[in-house]
Design a protein around this ligand. Structure first.
Ligand SMILES: [Mg+2]
Length: 93
């Protein structure tokens, strides 16, 4: 297995572990200071950083996508307010 394949396999595994941690948090009603949830978010974040170091993703592309996703969430969910997206989209002076 080459390094990029290993990277994506471990990313898939970590995403699966994060899904499981989210499910357990919901099932047990444990949202605050949930050690397992924190660890699995950190594991996925680590894999994102390594994907960046392998030049599979750029921080610019990720930040652009973050804005796009926040815009969608503002429209389709209660998680992000419109004003938050509008402030984030203001170009620097
Ligand atoms: Mg993990």
């Amino acid at each position: 297995m080459d390094a990029r394949t290993e990277l994506l396999v471990i990313m898939m595994e970590e995403c699966g572990e994060l899904i499981q941690a989210c499910s357990k948090a919901l099932r047990k009603n444990e949202f605050e200071d949930n050690r397992n949830l924190i660890e699995e978010v950190g594991d996925v974040y680590t894999m994102i950083e390594i994907m960046h170091s392998f030049d599979l993703v750029s921080w610019n592309d990720i930040e652009k996508r973050v804005l796009e996703k926040r815009t969608k969430l503002a429209k389709w969910s209660q998680l992000v307010e419109d004003w938050e997206v509008n402030i984030a989209n203001v170009p620097p002076a």
